[in-house]
Design a protein around this ligand. Structure first.
Ligand code: ZN
Length: 256
């Protein structure tokens, strides 16, 4: 079983009637329902206003893949939790960052860049071109798929060069965007997927749900690789002493 935690800020849906009309139980509920249809996925949800944002040590330690949606309250996410999520990713947890999550603290921390982009909220059509049809995340998706009414995101998207670019979006207004990108950080796999504005029913779309399911399976860790918990300044004994006659050596670790 792949243990998935679907995280949502869950502020728009509780504050704006137009958003509540699209996602009455929250964006996280729709994403979780889609993932729960898959027999190999064990799914729970977590939201910003829960204690520790629902991301306690127990939850993080039993999460293989975390999905992240946030928009209006990125600055309300505590730095301490961001650090814990980052640590878990570096140890191997998969992370799916969705839509406006491009500005989430955790994504910017892991990318090291501003992650800024252009945008326009005009309900225009988007065509997502599948440019890596051999990749696990694009299985079941044709040459392209379309979303009839979306918020546009345009280049330049200020991200480090992706390991893989899986989708390139074209918008009715003329812009293009790298809509599906992967990176590795430490032992963890990260996938950014663009679709998902809160006033459009994007997460009900069958192709979007297919990509999310595929991405969860792709991002699941082969194993979690623990990082040493204490600093270790002890000299390292050589494995073959005769080949190391030159004096002191050591392992340098930071205090994380
Ligand atoms: Zn949006």
């Amino acid at each position: 079983m792949i243990r998935v935690t679907v995280w949502n800020e869950f502020w728009h849906e509780t504050r704006h009637e137009a958003v509540k009309a699209v996602y009455p139980e929250g964006i996280h509920a729709v994403i979780a329902d889609a993932l729960r249809k898959e027999p190999d996925l064990e799914v729970r949800t977590a939201t910003l206003d829960e204690p520790e944002h629902g991301l306690t040590d127990d939850v993080l330690e039993s999460t293989d893949v975390l999905t992240w949606w946030g928009h209006m309250a990125h600055d309300q996410v505590s730095d301490e939790i961001v650090k814990k999520v980052q640590h878990r990713v570096l140890c191997g947890m998969g992370l799916l960052v969705l839509h406006s999550g491009h500005f989430a603290k955790i994504f910017r921390t892991l990318m090291g860049t501003r992650c800024s982009l252009k945008w326009r909220e005009a309900g225009e059509k988007e065509r997502l071109w599948n440019v890596e049809p051999g990749h696990p995340i694009t299985q079941g998706i044709g040459e392209y798929f379309e979303l009839p009414a979306v918020e546009m995101y345009g280049e330049r998207f200020d991200i480090p060069h992706p390991d893989e670019t899986l989708f390139i979006s074209w918008f009715e207004g003329g812009e293009v965007f790298r809509s599906g990108c992967t990176w590795r950080r430490g032992h963890g796999k990260i996938f950014y997927f663009r679709p998902g504005h809160e006033t459009f029913p994007i997460y009900y779309d069958a192709n979007v749900q297919r990509v999310l399911v595929n991405a969860v399976r792709w991002a699941a860790p082969v194993c979690i690789v623990p990082y040493p918990g204490a600093p270790n300044w002890a000299p390292l004994e050589p494995i073959q002493e005769k080949l190391n006659p030159y004096g002191k050596a050591g392992v340098v670790q930071d205090i994380e």
